[in-house]
Design a protein around this ligand. Structure first.
Ligand code: GLC
Ligand code: CA
Length: 599
């Protein structure tokens, strides 16, 4: 087997820690997280073994979609702080040997951006063409219809909004208040690059997480999407507007600028299950993006007509293995690179989604997932709170009205409208958001279970300031799952994550760079895989019990390890969720172990 020897890069071995500014740490007691709050926790972040922090949008914004609706790329949302605070944060991050990535949101702006205000003011405005405007269609009966049947990503409504003043529709693939920019116009692209990228690169930012990176180029004939949901006019159209004809040309242009600054990139790549297409974005030779986020894992068991139209844990362990396999295999024999993540600000908590969040099982679950992440190839991403094993908010004590995200609240509202007082349907909708909503990752971080509001505004409280209730209700389990109590506990999820990160970095050849191969694909309870060297010989054997029952497993055969029959296979346990040492045999519920082979 030929394997291209892997090009080593610092960012491939890096651990990236993602911060959601509104919910990370509040320094002044107004109940909203802020930049000085992040700066105050940099030592904590560095102590995890993190190399890069990625900050979700902190730009000026009316916050219809929590800052993914940007009204000015060159300024800070006032409750988060000032440009000066941002400069301090960049400087202090660098002073600790860490790098900083920002979120680059350039498929759309806010409707409050000066560019859009001009664009919508008249058809003659020079910026009219900076957004995507189209005339109406009319049905046979003369009813006005949007230019096509595309559905917006939030709710089930049309992706087109009628504008009374100029009597045309504009496109918004996300919220109505997030109009899509027209990338066909070179002047627009230039302005985007200057304002959103160079402005920050000049201020020392080290790279970008590129939001919805495959949506900039739309098919210019704007075809209708096939009807999959006969209940609604608008249809899911992601497969049509993602990966459009000029995508790679645009990314090439962007890369010319990024390369000047040596900036790193990770792109968000939804609706791209085709490996060949993914490679066009992340093969090193293509010079488009350093890495991408694929959604094979996070989309497991989602509804087909709408992500929430499903039931919890609607997938099997073999499907989970398959989803991981699909991502991991991308680097086999190629010059591409991949990422490892189970959480982000658009996902529920991984312990609840991918393992078991009951009181008895949640700690073991969090450690099990940490072992899996530590052993998968690619650049590792950790989302704030994942390192303390945060779980979804429970149903009890956290009613639907506490969910503030545009996506979950639109869905819940729609179900209430559709089903009125049908208790069973409403309960089903509540169950769905309790399992899948983006809100779970946006709940304020509990820094101290003994302080007010889980210590979210602890510094302000200690300084004797008045402390307001956080913008989003705190987690009912803040007393049990918080940073302070885990810092001093060597058996905590937090301590385990630190060890797992250290282990990963010290053994990067095996953990980060080696090829991955699933064993025993069909096992419904135990997840087994190897990492192997360029000759197909296993260097590590990993066994993870994803069930809540004890399980047994067989020691790996020589064949499974890629060894000949006569060769000796010595296994040495190097990481374990439960501590005990044994080869072959028993696994406690949610126990995971890593062995090196002939170390
Ligand atoms: C991305 C972001 C998400 C946001 C959307 C629109 O998917 O991760 O939070 O709502 O883009 O910008
Ligand atoms: Ca604040």
């Amino acid at each position: 087997m030929t394997v291209i020897s892997r090009d080593k890069k610092w960012w491939k071995e890096a651990v990236v820690y993602q911060i959601y500014p509104a919910s990370f740490c509040d320094s002044n007691g107004d109940g909203v997280g802020d930049l000085p709050g992040i700066t105050s926790k940099l030592d904590y972040i560095a102590s995890l073994g993190v190399d890069v922090i990625w900050i979700c949008p902190m730009y000026d914004s009316p916050q219809v979609d929590m800052g993914y609706d940007i009204s000015n790329y060159e300024d800070i949302y006032a409750p988060y702080g000032t440009l000066q605070d941002m400069e301090t944060l960049i400087k202090e991050t660098h002073a600790r040997g860490m790098k900083m990535m920002l979120d680059l949101v350039i498929n759309h702006t806010s409707d409050q951006h000066a560019w859009f205000k001009e664009s919508r003011s008249s058809k003659e405005n020079p910026k009219r063409d900076w957004y995507i405007w189209k005339p109406a269609r009319y049905s046979e009966t003369g009813e006005r219809l949007p230019p096509n049947n595309w559905r917006s990503n939030f709710g089930v409504g049309s992706a087109w909004e009628w504008d009374e003043t100029t009597q045309e529709y504009y496109l918004h693939l996300f919220a109505t208040e997030q109009p899509d920019l027209n990338w066909e116009n070179p002047e627009t692209r230039d302005a985007i690059y200057q304002s959103s990228m160079e402005f920050w690169l000049k201020r020392g930012v080290d790279g970008f997480r590129v939001d919805t990176v495959n949506m900039y180029s739309k098919p210019q004939d704007y075809p209708d999407a096939p009807v999959v949901d006969p209940n609604t006019f608008a249809q899911p159209a992601g497969m049509i507007y993602c990966n459009g004809p000029r995508m790679h040309e645009f990314l090439g242009e962007m890369n010319d600028i990024l390369a000047k600054y040596g900036a790193i990139t990770v792109g968000e790549l939804p609706n791209t299950p085709d490996t060949g297409k993914v490679l066009q974005y992340v093969s090193a030779e293509a010079k488009q993006l350093d890495m991408v986020f694929q959604f094979d894992i996070t989309e497991l068991g989602l509804g087909t007509t709408h992500r929430f139209e499903t039931v919890p844990h609607n997938y099997t362990l073999p499907q989970f293995k398959g989803a991981i396999d699909a991502v991991q295999k991308l680097i086999r024999g190629t010059d591409a690179w991949i990422t490892v993540f189970f959480e982000n600000h658009d996902q529920p908590r991984s312990v609840s989604r991918l393992a078991n969040d009951s009181v008895e099982n949640r700690v073991a679950s969090a450690k099990l997932l940490a072992v899996l992440q530590a052993c998968l190839s690619g650049t590792q991403y950790v989302y704030q709170g994942q390192e303390i094993g945060c779980v979804n908010v429970p149903k009890e004590g956290y009613p639907p009205e506490n969910y503030l995200d545009i996506d979950s609240s639109l869905f819940y509202k729609m179900m209430v409208e559709r089903h009125g007082d049908n208790k069973e349907e409403i309960e089903k909708a509540f169950t769905a958001i309790q399992h899948l909503a983006r809100d779970h990752s946006r709940v304020p971080i509990a820094w101290n279970g003994n302080a007010k509001f889980g210590g979210f505004s602890e510094a302000a409280e200690n300084a004797g300031k008045e402390v307001k209730e956080p913008w989003m209700k705190t987690h009912p389990f803040s007393g049990e799952i918080n940073v302070a109590s885990q810092l001093t506990d060597k058996d905590s999820v937090l301590s385990f994550w630190k060890d797992a990160i250290k282990f990963r970095k010290e053994n990067a050849n095996i953990t980060v760079y080696a090829d991955y191969r699933t064993l025993r694909e069909n096992d419904q309870n135990v997840y087994t895989f190897v990492k192997e060297n360029a000759n197909g010989v296993a260097t590590a054997f990993v066994v993870l019990n994803f069930s809540t029952e004890p399980q047994s497993y067989a020691s790996p055969s020589n064949e499974e390890l890629g060894l000949s029959r006569s060769q000796d296979a010595k296994l040495a346990q190097v990481l374990s969720t439960h501590g005990g040492k044994s080869v072959g045999g028993a696994l406690a519920p949610l126990e995971g172990k890593v062995y090196f082979v002939n170390p």
